[in-house]
Design a protein around this ligand. Structure first.
Ligand SMILES: [Zn+2]
Length: 200
């Protein structure tokens, strides 16, 4: 089989780094780019190059912002007694879309994953503690993925911050997807749903 020209192949390998993009899709995207007008390609290249500088993390909470202080830290109407710990700035937008949270956020850089060499020192617990002190936080909401890494990190936070007086630590409930039927739910999800049952 004829190999792709070198630059096209390296574009494909960049695109393959995107979540959910396999070799075939990456190749399709790469050929699509080749067909774009060069002005569009240049605009995209500029945008990508300047992205880290133009949309940096908020110095206080780590959420992404193009305005210095992020909209959550800058808004005095947000409830500063609630702090939601997330593992990606993207999660703040997902939670905001629910319109059911009015507190502030704190982004940790990584979930704990000892196997990948991501250890507790990278969590910067001191920064979370500073937020708790500064804003007299009363509730810490841990909103991590339902994965081994998410569980490990949540437990670590609970262990190290849980003894603070007047601080309640909660974690998102994991349960049945809305509209789901029990027979199609996998065992792990059902176990969690059972463990997190609520009286009604
Ligand atoms: Zn912020």
């Amino acid at each position: 089989m004829q190999k792709l020209p070198e630059d096209l192949a390296s574009l494909v390998s960049f695109l393959k780094k995107l979540p959910g993009v396999g070799a075939r899709t990456a190749e399709r995207f790469a050929f699509e780019f080749i067909a774009w007008p060069s002005a569009d390609l240049a605009a995209l290249a500029d945008l990508l190059r300047e992205l880290p500088e133009k949309v940096p993390p908020c110095a206080t909470c780590g959420c992404l912002t193009d305005k210095g202080k992020c909209p959550f830290c800058a808004n005095p109407e947000r409830d500063s007694e609630q702090l939601c710990i997330i593992s990606s700035p993207r999660d703040a937008f997902a939670i905001e879309a629910t319109h059911s949270y009015r507190g502030r956020y704190h982004v940790i850089e990584h979930l704990l994953s000892p196997l990948d060499g991501r250890h507790a020192s990278e969590l910067r617990l001191d920064r979370i503690e500073e937020q708790i002190r500064k804003h007299a936080v009363r509730e810490l909401i841990v909103a991590f993925d339902s994965t081994l890494e998410g569980d490990t990190t949540a437990l670590y936070l609970k262990k190290h911050l849980g003894s603070q007086a007047g601080l309640n630590i909660s974690r998102l409930a994991f349960g049945l997807p809305v509209g789901s039927s029990l027979e199609y739910i996998d065992g792990g999800t059902l176990t969690r749903a059972l463990a997190g049952r609520q009286s009604f």
